[in-house]
Design a binder for this molecule. Structure first.
Ligand SMILES: N[C@@H](CCC(=O)N[C@@H](CS)C(=O)NCC(=O)O)C(=O)O
Length: 246
């Protein structure tokens, strides 16, 4: 069975967290938006993906339609050996995946703090304030959390093998490095395990092949991770220390 991924064609965005799982699993999938374009996606949301699909990404597998990035990633991963086997660890993995989903939403809100319905250019000023708050406290809190999980668990975030949440953590480090290069460089010395995990994931043969392929869309100013120099700066050390104590 071929999986059909419905996602916007020109960005990594949230769809990338699903693409990485499909690619690492080595399964066949159709990236519907990239072949059919916006018209096909919008029509699908109204017809074959309705009534449950609200926003993209959405995955269709035969008569199954799944929405929400973390749930789609989990669904594919559990079918293809990229999730732990026990219920306990599957729930740990889902917990981390949903924490990463919260982080993704906060990254998104740095450039769209007022509404997703209007362009960044209409909300530049609140975006500056929101991005500062994200850089000064939230970013280190989320990344420090992943670092502490790795300190407790070892090479992988859950269990003793790579899972979909490690792929998501890879994408987070790559994306934050693109969008907030100064802020991430300041935090990097405190995140050795997370950066080592990023490298381990990048070296996985199917991921390495994918990253080198034209299927990997480059980061750009339309996705979740956007490089707006006005929104990036190294966070002051004192504020970070306070955030860590909370
Ligand atoms: N919780 C959902 C959020 C999905 C989402 O917001 N998708 C964006 C694109 S990345 C979208 O299509 N938004 C349209 C809208 O919210 O109206 C997920 O994790 O997949």
């Amino acid at each position: 069975m071929t999986y059909e991924l419905f996602y916007w064609p020109e960005i990594q965005g949230r769809g990338e967290f699903v693409r990485l799982v499909l690619e690492d699993a080595g399964v066949e999938y159709a990236d519907v938006g990239r072949t059919g374009g916006y018209k096909v996606l919008l029509a699908a949301l109204e017809r074959e993906l309705a009534p449950y699909a609200f926003a993209l990404p959405v995955l269709r597998a035969g008569d199954i339609v799944v929405g929400h990035t973390a749930l789609i990633a989990r669904f594919v991963a559990e079918r293809h050996g990229l999730a732990p086997a026990s219920e306990r660890e599957r729930l740990h993995a889902a917990t981390v995946a949903l924490t990463i989903a919260d982080l993704i939403a906060e990254v998104h809100d740095t450039h769209h703090p007022i509404t997703v319905e209007r362009r960044y250019e209409t909300q530049r000023e609140p975006a500056r304030a929101r991005a500062r708050a994200f850089r000064d406290a939230r970013m280190s809190k989320f990344l420090g959390h992943l670092e502490r999980i790795l300190a407790a668990n070892g090479d992988w975030l859950v269990g003793n093998a790579a899972s979909y949440v490690d792929l998501a953590a890879f994408q987070i480090v790559e994306g934050l490095g693109y969008a907030f290069p100064h802020a991430l460089a300041e935090l990097a010395p405190e995140l050795p395990r997370l950066f080592a995990l990023r490298d381990r994931v990048a070296a996985r043969p199917r991921i390495a092949a994918y990253l080198a392929s034209p299927r990997r869309i480059a980061f750009n100013k339309d996705g979740i991770f956007r490089r707006y120099p006005a929104l990036d700066a190294a966070p002051p050390r004192a504020k970070r220390a306070r955030a860590r104590r909370r």
